[in-house]
Design a protein around this ligand. Structure first.
Ligand code: SAM
Ligand code: SF4
Length: 397
């Protein structure tokens, strides 16, 4: 989501004459787009800001824009602590970003936006904010309640991107499959996007387990362009912890959803939090056994990080050594997942969207090495002959 927000903010800067540079020394302005989901992410953004102090002192005309979720959370406090900050643009006000730029008087007036050529694989935000209240999560307070963007506007954006060369679209939202615009459901939107001429693949992230309904499976069966991979955060394998997290589903329901998806040919990856304040050793073992049972292709594991203002932050933290130990046990288990799932692809026939010279991804999101002569952007049918680590070796059919 931050990548997509950064692209959007960049377009507004482009309209005011900006271009990109990779070198801080030659930049006139820096935009830091921040995350606050975990404390570590926020610290990194702020320590970078600290490093920029010298850069700004060297030439006070240089501009610093601090944007995103950490900007939303810390806003006024930050400007007091770092008075050299020129613009603070919280995540909730991304739609007001152009107004913030204009009000600052630091940029020339907006001209026509000539967007740079979109990537072969591009993001499209379909929903902002979140209506859930998971007890560990800061997102609803920094991004606000759900706002679904109009389906017509989303399709227009995707048609334009496809006309300029985009082949793969990833639809974005915090509970992306809860999308609804009038009569248009998430499944309807997926169908329409998959019909856009030029679009070869449609992905989405992050869905919520509760919203995987039969109509999604029905549309997926009808539309092969809907990629056969979903990233569904489970967070814990213990129904008790899931309830305390207010996730709205049990371990059993989650596994049921996964089974239905796998029966439809989907590979599944997930997010897991270890060390939620009420997590006992037994709860943790249930997470380990869920990993065995679910057959994920990958799992991103995070140590619980208390976030100010969330209900879980009021609870007694587990000792750090327990968090560290559980994370390391889980990471050890998860490390083997990719190997197993890549090996399981050997002997199958897949379609690969070529994204780089000699390399692309299968519909179920495995990287594959293909013949270097395959044109970038083409979809080719291949036989998977070998897997090494996280790379498949494919032969053109
Ligand atoms: N909306 C998605 C969902 O429903 O799960 C997740 C969005 S969240 C921005 C991305 C991931 O960060 C979550 O799946 C979770 O694993 C992790 N996360 C969120 N809050 C966390 C916290 N307080 N401590 C550790 N990890 C956290
Ligand atoms: Fe956070 Fe996702 Fe829960 Fe929303 S659904 S509160 S974004 S974890």
């Amino acid at each position: 989501m931050n990548f997509a927000d950064s692209e959007e903010m960049f377009l507004h800067l482009c309209a005011r004459g900006a271009t990109l540079t990779d070198h801080l020394e030659s930049a006139d302005a820096v935009l830091i787009n921040t995350c606050t989901v975990r404390d570590h992410a926020e610290h990194r953004a702020i320590s970078f800001l600290g490093r920029l102090m010298k850069w700004k002192r060297e030439n006070p005309k240089r501009i610093i824009i601090f944007a995103g979720c950490a900007a939303q959370r810390l806003g006024k406090k930050l400007q007091k602590r770092y008075p050299f900050l020129d613009i603070v643009a919280g995540a909730k006000s991304i739609e007001d970003f152009p107004t913030l730029l204009d009000k600052s008087g630091l940029f020339s007036p907006a001209g026509q936006v000539i967007p740079p050529a979109p990537n072969l694989s591009a993001y499209t935000t379909i929903m902002r904010g979140c209506d859930f209240k998971c007890t560990y999560c800061i997102v609803p307070s920094v991004r606000g309640p759900v706002k679904c963007l109009p389906a017509e506007m989303i399709l227009k954006e995707i048609i334009e991107k496809a006309a300029r060369g985009t082949k793969e679209i990833t639809l974005l939202g915090q509970t992306v499959n809860a999308y609804k615009d009038g009569e248009t459901s998430f499944a309807d939107l997926l169908y329409h996007v998959s019909q856009v001429p030029g679009i070869e693949r449609v992905r989405f992230t992050s869905p919520h387990p509760l919203y995987f309904t039969q109509d999604f499976l029905d549309v997926a069966k009808r539309c092969p362009k809907i990629a056969r991979h979903v990233h569904i955060p489970v967070q814990s394998g213990s129904s008790k912890v899931l309830q305390e997290m207010k996730r709205g589903y049990t371990r059993e329901l989650f596994l049921e959803k996964i089974r239905a998806l796998k029966d439809c040919g989907f590979s599944v990856s997930t997010d897991i939090i270890v060390g939620f304040p009420t997590e006992t050793q037994e709860d943790f073992e249930q997470t380990l056994s869920l990993v065995d049972e679910a057959g994920f292709m990958a799992a991103y594991c995070f140590k619980y990080s208390p976030r100010q203002g969330t209900p879980a932050a009021q609870m007694q933290l587990l000792p750090e050594n327990i968090l560290e130990k559980r994370l390391s046990i889980l990471l050890n288990k998860v490390r083997g997942l990719a190997d197993v799932s890549y090996q399981a692809q050997v002997g199958t026939v897949q379609e690969v969207l070529v994204e780089q010279p000699g390399k692309g991804r299968t519909s179920s999101n495995y990287w594959a090495k293909v013949d270097a002569s395959c044109p970038i952007g083409s979809v080719i049918k291949v036989a998977i002959e070998k897997a090494e680590g996280t790379l498949l070796f494919a032969r053109n059919l």
